[in-house]
Design a protein around this ligand. Structure first.
Ligand SMILES: Cc1ncc(COP(=O)(O)O)c(C=O)c1O
Length: 395
């Protein structure tokens, strides 16, 4: 028992340090990290470029205020917009806050067009965060239950269903934007259909709606590009990210282009910490390292190795579906598998389970080929044992 509010039920392990793809517990036992703190430590633990950037910045200046120019923030905005095809950036401290910024931006965009009750289309099984607006946008009743009244202004649609979007457009003149994850993360690692996303892009342009992508989990090099949309030849109006951007130093960003980039003016939005010198120095090192170490291509290559090793070890009958892009992988099993986290921990592998029956892997992009093979084979073994235990019980 400790003095923490019981919002999490942690597994019985405490880590003391990490290096690369490994974490070490307080007894110095080594674990292969297949989760990266949920897509955060994409460059692994204690990456020298990030450590050095933090050390250097911390010795000079941690924080000033957005009342003054912040050179590190302006530089990071320049880099991120160059890398992503966006034009302007707003910095905050988390994924939920990045989505809050996008939601506010869309509402203001609506008001600037005389739409007084603007609404945003969101998808079933979406996850956008735990603040009141973002849990209202989330398509999971378990996350919303008990926190009603929900924030108004969201219209729900099934994923990959353009007809549903057309229907909403016919009946609802207040829609101003669509917010979605190009690869649903908490919803079970579900990449949306490319045809659907392209049709949506075109329809948003025709309707004057903003296409807003939540790349909090899929972004920062995880899927073979800085953002997943870049692998689809698609350009949103707004994109949000966080998690891997700071490799563990909290930072989020809402990026925009075109009309969307000019919606916010002074006083419309803000954050005390958002984009402070320390967070921006860490994120700059992350983005620079993704490029200098060619980690985009590596994510694709390593993802293929993990898949191959995993399939070989688990056997096809243990896996219902293997989904994802790059190093964002979901292995759907035939039954709920929450206890696989403990089974994997016993095998000194870190992973987690999402959407009840999907094992989720989000390993660091800096793994060696050998580590990718070991991870795939290790997870495959855990899945095979889990499958065998289930069939033994049934039989
Ligand atoms: C797609 C997506 N959006 C938003 C969030 C919320 O991010 P944060 O926990 O940093 O607020 C998450 C976190 O899992 C996410 O996966």
């Amino acid at each position: 028992m400790n003095a923490l509010m019981a919002t999490y039920a942690p597994l019985p392990v405490t880590f003391s340090h990490g290096t690369g793809a490994y974490l070490y517990d307080t007894h110095d036992v080594r674990y292969l990290d297949g989760l990266s703190g949920i897509a955060v430590t994409n460059l692994g633990h204690a990456h020298p470029a990030v450590t050095e950037a933090i050390r250097e910045q911390a010795g000079r200046l941690l924080h000033t205020s957005n009342y003054y120019h912040i050179a590190a923030q302006e530089r990071l905005a320049d880099t991120l917009t160059r890398v992503t095809g966006m034009e302007r950036a707003f910095f905050c401290n988390s994924g939920a806050e990045a989505n809050e910024a996008a939601i506010k931006l869309a509402r203001l965009y609506g008001h600037q067009r005389d739409i007084e009750q603007p609404e945003i289309i969101v998808l079933e099984d979406a996850f956008h965060g735990r603040t009141l607006a973002t849990l209202s946008a989330t398509g999971n009743r378990r996350i919303q239950a008990g926190f009603e009244p929900l924030v108004a202004g969201f219209v729900r649609a099934p994923r990959n269903d353009m007809e549903a979007v057309h229907n909403i457009a016919r009946n609802n003149p207040n829609v101003v934007a669509v917010l979605l994850e190009p690869i649903q993360g908490e919803g079970g690692i579900r990449p949306l259909d490319s045809d659907y996303l392209h049709a949506l892009r075109q329809f948003c342009s025709e309707q004057g709606w903003l296409l807003m992508l939540d790349e909090v989990q899929s972004g920062n090099g995880r899927t073979g590009h800085f953002f997943a949309y870049q692998g689809l030849n698609l350009l949103p109006d707004v994109v949000t990210t966080a998690k891997g951007l700071g490799n563990g130093v909290p930072i989020g960003a809402c990026l925009a282009r075109g009309t969307a980039a000019g919606v916010f003016a002074a006083g419309h939005h803000g954050s005390t910490y958002g984009g402070n010198p320390l967070a921006c120095a860490a994120a700059q090192a992350v983005v620079d390292t993704l490029e200098s170490e060619s980690l985009y291509g590596k994510a694709t290559h390593l993802g293929e190795r993990v898949r191959a090793a995993l399939r070989a070890e688990a056997g096809d009958d243990a896996i219902v579906d293997l989904r994802g892009r790059g190093l964002m992988l979901g292995i759907e099993l035939a039954r709920p598998c929450a206890d696989i986290m403990q089974r994997a921990l016993d095998a000194h592998i870190l992973l987690n389970v999402t959407a009840g029956n999907t094992v989720r892997l989000l390993p660091p992009l800096i793994m060696s080929d050998e580590q990718a093979d070991t991870l795939g084979a290790g997870v495959g073994r855990v899945i095979r044992e889990f499958h065998k235990a289930g069939t033994a019980r049934e039989g």
